[in-house]
Design a protein around this ligand. Structure first.
Ligand SMILES: C[S@@+](CC[C@H](N)C(=O)[O-])C[C@H]1O[C@@H](n2cnc3c(N)ncnc32)[C@H](O)[C@@H]1O
Length: 624
């Protein structure tokens, strides 16, 4: 990189670009460290000039986040700089807390908290000092940073064991719970910590904080910027509050706003602010000085925005201002009267006693948040301060200031209410967020289950596809078989037709019976010879049919063939027909055999023979 081209005004132009176009204001940061860090980024990005770097930032969104990563150094740790934390735990914090009303909220601000370790350290410290009940009821820790990504880490409260090495084993066990390989801050104590984005240079400070920790960030700011930030801190701190800075930071500016409590540990307190009582005392002390100053002091006293009354050492009213006449219903005639004679001394409360106590002790007394309606109408809220007036260490009288804080009271109440609503909303948000996380996890596991089911379905589908292919090939084989069968059937039909034709054409009566002598076939010759139609004969026993033959003789021949497997020759049977004529018929029975030789019935043929009425040929059994 050529240093000669790195001109300051180009660098300032880069800062202005970052502030105006990208909302990241580094104009209040110290230049030496800032330029060093920007140079580091430019070297990595391979850019030589600031102008080129601005061009790169314009076209490359990831470069801005890389630059912010470098500039907003997020380094932090739990209980970083243990000496400061020990000082807080042992004396400063218990003392500051003891000055608060036990019902008062304890507001703490961890400014520039980075990834949150400091905020959780504050939570652990306050929890150990206050105990569980008071911590939950009173503590609110506002933890802010400019860097949203650091805040996202902080909000989780989830750290590695190495990141929590600064904790004792007892602290780790008490305040963190295992979460996978990490440790997570206890959810029930986490609700007291509110994380939010806050720019120390732009945003209004958080108010009434008892402990303000702003460490290791002021050192990056110019002296002028530090002044601005410290003024805001002075405003933010409770009057008994404590300011904790980083080990390497000094209060170079604004030392009139803070006083060191422990300089080596960089712990400070706000100096008391000048109030109305102080100015009034100054005005009284001005008596005897030059007339101009006295008149100015009197004019300021008269015009002061709070009602004021001055008593001399004998308790006589010596001064009233305009607001006292308006707000307290006093009149110029009351000047010169004894304070004890005024109605004001008894109402809103017994003020005479407080005035006497101040006169006796020389110590100021403050009566806060007194409900009172000095004029007709609604009761308001008042702060009353009674302070001794001394000139050259000599008691001169008493100064009473009545400040109407009704608006502030209402605002405070509203603020408390809003604070409560905010906490509730925050808690609801957190529980919704947890529910969402649970739902998300459930959805994820449902998705995983669906994925598994899908894979199973896919493999079933593949199996079905294979089966389908097999079935298709079986189907094709069956079709071939079917075609063959059809051909055979046609062939059989043809042969059948052929045989039927032969049988029908025969003059001879042909009958086929099974082994029960049931008729299986009855041809045309049999119909003609017996007068019985085939449908009348087929299926019936042959011997039950009216054949006009001696049935015993026929049975004997049939049995010889079917049962005895004999082969009797033709038998001529003489008979007389229904017209009384002598007839002769030749009966031939041959076995019907399967291919293996087993007898499955018999083939019976009958034919008329032309022999004489008594002529008869005895059956010849060839097997005999
Ligand atoms: C080194 S860390 C300090 C963390 C912690 N306070 C500590 O001391 O351990 C500095 C932090 O200051 C933040 N920061 C820088 N400029 C800021 C600004 N203008 N307003 C708020 N935070 C700022 C950065 O984002 C960073 O997280």
């Amino acid at each position: 990189m050529r240093d000669d081209v790195l001109l300051d005004d180009e660098f300032e132009a880069l800062l202005v670009y970052l502030r105006d176009q990208r909302g990241a204001d580094f104009t209040g940061y110290k230049r030496p460290s800032l330029t060093r860090l920007v140079h580091r980024r430019m070297r990595t990005a391979g850019v030589d000039t600031y102008a080129d770097y601005v061009d790169l930032l314009q076209v490359e969104p990831s470069e801005l986040s890389a630059l912010l990563d470098v500039l907003l150094i997020n380094v932090t740790a739990v209980f970083r700089d243990p000496g400061a934390w020990a000082e807080l735990a042992e004396s400063l914090l218990p003392e500051a807390l003891s000055r608060l009303d036990p019902t008062e909220p304890i507001r703490v601000w961890s400014a520039a908290c980075a990834t949150g370790e400091e905020a959780y350290s504050l939570a652990m410290l306050l929890h150990s000092l206050l105990g569980d009940e008071a911590y939950r009821r009173r503590v609110k820790i506002y933890a802010t940073d400019i860097d949203e990504r650091a805040l996202a880490v902080a909000r989780l409260g989830r750290y590695s064991a190495e990141a929590l090495e600064g904790l004792s084993p007892a602290q780790r066990d008490t305040y963190f719970e295992a979460d996978g390989t990490m440790l997570r801050f206890r959810a029930d104590l986490r609700t007291s910590i509110i994380f939010g984005r806050h720019d120390l240079l732009q945003d209004a400070p958080i108010s009434r904080v008892v402990l303000l920790s702003c460490r290791n960030v002021l050192m990056y700011f110019t002296a002028e910027t530090q002044t601005r930030v410290l003024e805001r801190f002075a405003f933010a701190l409770h009057e008994h509050g404590v300011l904790l800075l980083g080990k390497a930071e000094m209060l170079l500016t604004q030392s009139q706003l803070f006083t060191p409590v422990n300089l080596p540990q960089r712990i400070f307190r706000p100096r008391p602010r000048a109030g109305a009582g102080r100015l009034a005392a100054l005005a009284v002390g001005g008596q005897g000085r030059d007339a101009t100053l006295r008149r100015a002091a009197e004019a300021a006293f008269v015009a002061a925005p709070a009602a004021q009354v001055v008593l001399d050492s004998g308790g006589t009213v010596v001064l009233l201002n305009a607001r006292a006449q308006r707000d307290l219903r006093l009149t110029p005639e009351d000047v010169g009267r004894q304070f004890g004679d005024l109605q004001l001394s008894q109402r809103p409360l017994e003020l005479r006693g407080s005035v006497a106590a101040v006169q006796a002790s020389g110590q100021a007394v403050e009566l806060r948040d007194v409900a009172w309606a000095p004029t007709q109408g609604e009761a308001g809220r008042w702060d009353i301060r009674i302070a001794p007036l001394t000139v050259n260490d000599e008691a001169q009288g008493v100064h009473l200031v009545f400040e109407d804080i009704s608006d502030r009271h209402e605002l405070r109440q509203r603020l408390g209410q809003l604070d409560g609503e905010l906490t509730t909303a925050y808690e609801e948000l957190q529980s919704s967020s947890e529910e969402l996380e649970t739902t998300n996890e459930e959805l994820q596991s449902a998705v995983e289950e669906l994925e598994t089911t899908n894979e199973e379905l896919q493999s079933t589908n593949e199996e079905l596809e294979t089966m389908n292919e097999e079935l298709q090939s079986t189907n094709e084989e069956l079709q071939t078989l079917n075609d063959e069968l059809r051909d055979r059937t046609l062939e059989v039909d043809r042969v059948n037709g052929f045989l039927h034709g032969i049988l029908a054409g025969l003059e001879l009566a042909v009958v086929v019976v099974d082994t029960d002598y049931r008729v299986q076939l009855w041809n045309g010759g049999a119909e003609r010879l017996t007068g019985l139609r085939s449908f009348e004969a087929e299926g019936r026993r042959l011997l039950e049919l009216d054949l006009h033959l001696p049935s015993e003789q026929v049975r004997a021949v049939l049995r010889a063939v079917v049962v005895d497997a004999a082969r009797p020759g033709p038998v001529d049977i003489a008979l007389v027909d229904r017209f009384g004529r002598a007839q002769s018929r030749r009966l031939t029975v041959t076995p019907l055999q399967r291919s293996g030789g087993a007898v499955q019935g018999a083939v019976v043929t009958l034919a008329d023979t032309p022999s004489a009425p008594d002529a008869r040929t005895e059956a010849v059994d060839r097997t005999a």
